[in-house]
Design a protein around this ligand. Structure first.
Ligand SMILES: [Ca+2]
Length: 329
């Protein structure tokens, strides 16, 4: 369904028959003009420290609106040519509500490539919003989702660098879904990659998915990105993702998207129990953390084993850790 781009003007037309006032395009313009989008926040958990890395902001239409569903809301915006206006509105409201809710950590904001490329001043505007609200822009992570094949990675990198210049970090969203793939990862060199929930769902029972995730974790170490698994819903999935070495977890298992989000204490307890083996194996937790940061040491795994690039290298660099019963897997 196509809607006229003149929706903002039409909304204020006094001659407009009243029955048209509930048309989706009019509802959309009203939502944008009045900033009526809802923002929900979902926590992202550090698998190592069990601290909250931050929250992803998810936008919805107002609860009493026919555009409450985000799919409907963004589809109407796309069809009526208001994607950029809607996304800017969502960004602003998300930062305001993040500040008002006094949430800790980083704020993950979704941005489409079309908006990224359409607005040359968006990075400055976003930095200004953060500054006005007394928040450093370095707490912002932009999640970029591909909706179509990128034709010009040079333009994408240039646009993203403008956000990096004001302090934002970058995430590639939904890795493995649609067009979001290795080429984008390689070209963008993001700080985070978010793995599409398809690969997370029942990963404990699907050896192929588990192997794909292991490969993604391996590549992330080489590229310098950190891996976030989305859509974690069960303890079994959580355990498997820990074993694979994913850095951060997000999903209903840890907390549903809410205006006033909270983290499921039982899920954190589960993480603590599952990672308890590390404490038994290594006298110094910092050693593990340090290992995870060092490029070349593929990964330091918790639970039952450490995996080094080579046993000799680990022994040389970290004699205390290497002296523990390290098992190659
Ligand atoms: Ca996202």
């Amino acid at each position: 369904m196509k809607f006229p781009r003149a929706g903002l003007l039409a909304m204020s037309d006094p001659a407009r028959p009243p029955e048209y006032s509930v048309q989706p395009a009019d509802e959309l313009t009203d939502i944008i003009v009045k900033g009526r989008v809802q923002t929900l926040f979902q926590p992202i958990i550090d698998t190592f420290s069990r601290a909250t890395l931050g929250f992803e902001a998810l936008s919805r239409g107002p609860a009493d609106s026919s555009l409450h569903s985000p799919m409907e809301l963004f589809a109407i915006a796309r069809d009526s040519g208001f994607t950029v206006a809607l996304e800017e509105c969502c960004l602003k409201r998300a930062v305001e509500r993040f500040r008002d809710a006094k949430l800790d950590g980083r704020l993950f904001l979704n941005l489409s490539p079309s908006t990224l490329l359409a607005s040359r001043v968006l990075s400055a505007r976003l930095a200004h919003i953060f500054e006005q609200l007394g928040l450093p822009a370095s707490r912002c992570v932009l999640e970029i989702t591909e909706q179509s094949l990128f034709e010009d990675y040079g333009m994408i990198r240039k646009a993203l660098n403008a956000f990096r210049d004001v302090g934002c970090e970058i995430a590639v969203d939904d890795l493995g879904a649609g067009y979001s793939g290795l080429k984008t990862w390689s070209e963008v060199r993001p700080d985070y990659v978010k793995i599409d929930r398809y690969f997370v769902s029942s990963v404990h029972a699907d050896g192929v998915k588990a192997q794909i995730l292991r490969s993604i974790v391996e590549m992330s170490r080489a590229i310098g990105s950190r891996v976030i698994a989305e859509g974690v819903e069960t303890a079994e999935e959580c355990l498997e993702l820990l074993d694979i070495g994913v850095d951060y977890l997000q999903g209903y298992f840890f907390g549903e998207p809410r205006p006033d989000p909270s983290v499921n204490a039982q899920a954190l307890e589960h993480l603590a129990v599952q990672s308890g083996g590390a404490a038994a194996m290594c006298a110094d937790h910092l050693v593990i953390d340090e290992l995870r940061r060092i490029k070349g040491l593929a990964k330091a795994r918790r639970g039952t084993s450490f995996l080094f690039a080579s046993a000799g290298e680990a022994r040389l660099l970290y004699p205390a850790a290497a002296a523990e019963p390290a098992a190659q897997t």
